[in-house]
Design a protein around this ligand. Structure first.
Ligand code: DX5
Ligand code: ZN
Length: 221
């Protein structure tokens, strides 16, 4: 697939009006909802869990929900997010004792499965599980917080990942997460990404617009 997807990260949304914020970015052209789950253990921050994912579905969100699990261990939460209406479930290999099993759990639940790579995590985790992966997510910051700067070495890693995906012949999305802005997204796309997470760049900009103009912000992407 060569189509580009924009995935606003709810981490930078106003949690007090989360449903409305998600509705607004989707109505303005965002493609999927990036749902950051942090456990104050795998990463030094704490966010939301399956109940909030389910609440978005009950609120009427029909777009794909891309659940990014920054938790350890991952397996028990996988079932909960399958039940909560996740579309994609991605996890960090460091958060799983049995990576192949975790990927299979996700697929058996009818969701799309992905592996997430921290900036210093090697791509070799893909070696024996490429056939069970529907998405590769490269972190372009160290996970835990929004609003950090894009780490430039991610561009080379993206090019390497793009080669591996193309060589596999499989339909695998290549997503990038962290520090994605209007002024670097073209370069990131040229390096091979097709799915772009943006938290602060989207929600902070929407807040700065006087009229909370989500259309203008999403058009810029
Ligand atoms: C970081 C999260 C990201 C984060 C990105 O741990 O996984 O999804 O929200 O935020 P920005 O786009 O502000 O770098
Ligand atoms: Zn994320």
């Amino acid at each position: 697939t060569s189509d580009f997807l924009i995935a606003p990260s709810i981490l930078s949304a106003d949690f007090a009006r989360l449903g409305e914020e998600v509705d607004n970015v989707l109505a303005s052209g965002a493609d999927i909802v990036h749902f950051d789950v942090m456990d104050n253990h795998f990463v030094p921050n704490l966010t939301v869990g399956p109940m909030v994912c389910e609440a978005l579905r009950k609120h009427g969100v029909t777009a794909p929900i891309d659940v990014h699990l920054m938790v350890k261990p991952v397996d028990r939460l996988i079932g909960d997010f399958i039940d909560a209406g996740a579309t994609y479930i991605t996890f960090h290999p460091e958060g799983s004792e049995h990576i192949d099993r975790s990927l299979q759990l996700i697929r058996d639940g009818g969701c799309k499965a992905g592996l997430v790579f921290n900036p210093a995590t090697p791509l070799s985790y893909l070696d024996y599980v490429m056939d069970k992966v529907d998405m590769v997510l490269l972190m372009s910051v160290n996970p835990g917080f929004g609003g950090q700067s894009f780490i430039p070495s991610t561009l080379d890693k993206l090019r390497q990942t793009r080669q591996r995906i193309d060589a596999s012949g499989r339909d695998i999305r290549l997503e990038v997460d962290g520090g994605v802005k209007v002024d670097n997204i073209a370069e990131i796309a040229r390096a091979g990404a097709d799915t772009f997470v943006a938290g602060s760049a989207i929600f902070n900009a929407c807040r700065q617009q006087d009229a909370h103009d989500y259309d203008t912000v999403l058009e810029a992407f």
